[in-house]
Design a protein around this ligand. Sequence first.
Ligand SMILES: *Cc1c(COP(=O)(O)O)cnc(C)c1O
Length: 437
Amino acid sequence: MSRGNDLASLDRRHVWHPFTQEKTTPSPIPVVAAEGATLHGADGRKYLDLISSWWVTIHGHTHPAIVRAIADQAARLEQVIFAGFTHEPAVRLASRLAARLPGGLSRVFFSDNGSTAVEVALKMACQYWLNRGQRRSRFLAFEGGYHGDTVGAMSAGRTSGFFDAFETMLFHVDMLPYPATWMGDGEVEDKEAAVLTALNRYLDRNGPDCAGVIIEPLVQGASGMRMCRPEFLRGLAAKLKQSGIPLIFDEVMTGFGRTGALFACHKAGVAPDIICLSKGLTGGFMPLSVTVCREEIYQAFLGDGFDQAFAHGHSFTANPLGCAAALASLELFEKEKTLARVVAIERIHRGRVLELMSHPRVHRGRIHGSIAAVNIRDGKEEYASETSQRLKAFFLEKGLLIRPLGNVIYLLPPYCITEAELHRAWNVIEEGLTLVT
Ligand SMILES: *Cc1c(COP(=O)(O)O)cnc(C)c1O
């Protein structure tokens, strides 16, 4: 008890937390251990982690196979410069990812978080054209998309609503509407057709100046788990194929089973030209990311001078501990039949969301794999709206880590969650609706 209190007060004195108004926020909860889907607070309380600790935990906390892989790797080789040197975990991971990704995505560039994976993708697309003798200055993204907090990623995610303070730092990115849909949406086909028509117009006018198109496939995470259909992504990819403009899939959140397939691009039946992966890559244990591109893009960087090379790298590029964790995590997908677990989660989500939709305050239920979301009707949509703060506190009091995004309540659990745990979460959400006024 007192250990937790000491920590909390030291924390208040010296630490600055992400996406937090430090003046008004309640004291952060010290966590001392975790296993499976459960976090253990310093005060002895338990919290069911229903957002996978910000969407990273896949198989469960402290899964012993990944713990062992990291410990073994740390005892052999913890880190080495990745320019001019290489190592087995990175090489094996790159080849395994290439084997699992759709056709042609075969060249793996490592960095260490989702934002940098996106920066790498944007810079790659930009220089790809330059190396082929064309200076292209435009990027196209989708309204509500979120791609991370570094400047390029913020520019592509400008409309997610988080970056007004940095407006002057951002570069221009063109935006198309995102055809968000939900259960029983009768207008989805019209919305998709309208976006594809707008895309045609855009390509006619700006296609020859466009370096790349970036999208979160199937689910826009941070702007409220907004979902689209595979059909839309197939239409988008088909149009871009004709124009030769690289299609970038930001699968930082949707990767590694989240939507029911290993990658959302599998579920959509689309092979992008570049894909960004992070979050679940290491099972949620280590900061690591990859940007994987088609061989043809890589080939454009080969030349006799350094000018054509990709001048990008990070201190911890392809960190061996992260790579070892990622290899162990990929192995678990087979050993534990992880995707079958996601199917079971999706089945429970579907039943419970359908039930919840009869509540007058609930609408727009939607599900892709392990992700389920509903909107609460209270007229306010802000990220830190009063209702969402009240609900968050209520859920914590009940021992559940659930963080509504504005008026959106969503669950995104680790795949080890039990049926009973998941039902308990939905029961508490139902109870919480009485707080919505
Ligand atoms: C979280 C996220 C990012 C940023 O990843 P970080 O590791 O937080 O930098 C980028 N894109 C998407 C889709 C994300 O969900």
